[in-house]
Ligand binder design. Structure first.
Ligand code: GRG
Length: 298
């Protein structure tokens, strides 16, 4: 297990290096407004684990694709993720002052710049995918469609809406799961699916198994996030210093108890790994990523 976690950390470093170089290049062009460009760069290039790009590239590896074909989708996923964090931190949402140990975008710049940067990061994700030189037209359209669904009202934005509506409410475990499947899970599923779609020969059965892996992993990610919240990990300061409303949100440990949440996490890890049973060693990086997600400390 420890060996697999170290393997995942090394892979995350490698993906971060490639993705950040590409994002740096994309965000250096055509500065219509220097302030907007600075806010975008600050929001994307200032840290982050790069879990979604790594999942995308690991899924491409599992399918035997050249991993460079997954670079554009990996960057697009990170851009959507960055936009969601910038908007999530705004006063109208979670009202957070810190993210990744630094002032949030609306504090470092201003609210209007943060809103515009989030909007522009989102559209840049789709521009990047539509221009991806290593993908066929069909792959580009499929990926754009999948990413749009996963991040829009049927996915992440829908989950955020449920989250905002549920503040102060008593949710059941099933309702909490529905919220997280949309808010966090949909983009994690898209990360793995876009990686797999870099292969022209991926079958429905392979996609379905990889989606099951990602679906369990997405929930595991959230359960671990809730546990880290409780354990008061100081490295996730931004999220932890949210508004009173943010703190009143329902969590797995609140519903299941800390031990119950840990057991749930272990079951989800089993589920994720079982979904990869039909894959051989080519899926070892995905297996390592699953171990990392449940063991991560930030
Ligand atoms: C505002 C449209 C809109 C959506 C917001 C995903 C989301 C929806 C908000 C993020 C808030 C949050 C902290 C959710 C919990 C799980 C999560 C996505 C944590 C942050 O992701 P990491 O840990 O962050 O991958 P880094 O900083 O490593 O990139």
């Amino acid at each position: 297990m420890d060996h697999r976690i170290r393997q995942a950390e090394a892979y995350l470093d490698q993906c971060r290096h490639q993705v950040d170089r590409e994002l740096d290049r994309c965000l250096a062009r055509n500065a219509t407004s220097e302030r907007l460009q600075e806010t975008m760069r600050y929001s994307v290039l200032g840290g982050g684990k790069r879990v979604r790009p790594a999942l995308c590239m690991a899924a491409a590896r599992a399918m035997g694709s050249d991993e460079s074909t997954a670079l554009a989708p990996a960057c697009a996923l990170e851009l959507i993720h960055a936009y969601s964090l910038v908007h999530d931190d705004l006063p109208a949402m979670d009202d957070d002052d810190l993210r990744r140990g630094r002032p949030t975008a609306h504090i470092a710049f201003d609210e209007a710049s943060a809103i515009l940067a989030g909007d522009a990061l989102q559209t840049l994700a789709f521009a990047l995918l539509s221009d991806a030189p290593a993908l066929s037209d069909r792959q580009r359209v499929t990926m754009i469609s999948e990413l749009a669904r996963a991040s829009g009202h049927q996915g992440m934005v829908g989950g955020q809406a449920i989250d905002l509506e549920s503040v102060g409410q008593q949710l059941s475990v099933a309702q909490l799961e529905t919220m997280h499947r949309h808010k966090t899970g949909a983009l994690i599923e898209a990360s793995v699916r876009l990686g797999a779609l870099t292969s022209e020969t991926v079958t429905e059965c392979q996609l379905s198994n990889l989606t099951d892996y990602a679906s369990a992993l997405g929930l595991a990610f959230q359960v671990q996030d809730d546990l880290l919240d409780i354990e008061g990990d100081t490295e996730v300061i931004g999220k932890r210093q949210g508004s009173d409303a943010a703190r009143a949100k329902p969590t797995y440990p609140a519903l299941l108890g800390i031990e119950g949440a840990r057991q749930h996490l272990a079951r989800l890890l089993d589920e994720a790994l079982s979904a990869l049973e039909s894959f051989d060693s080519e899926a070892d990086t995905l297996r390592a990523m699953a171990d990392y997600v449940v063991a991560r400390s930030h």
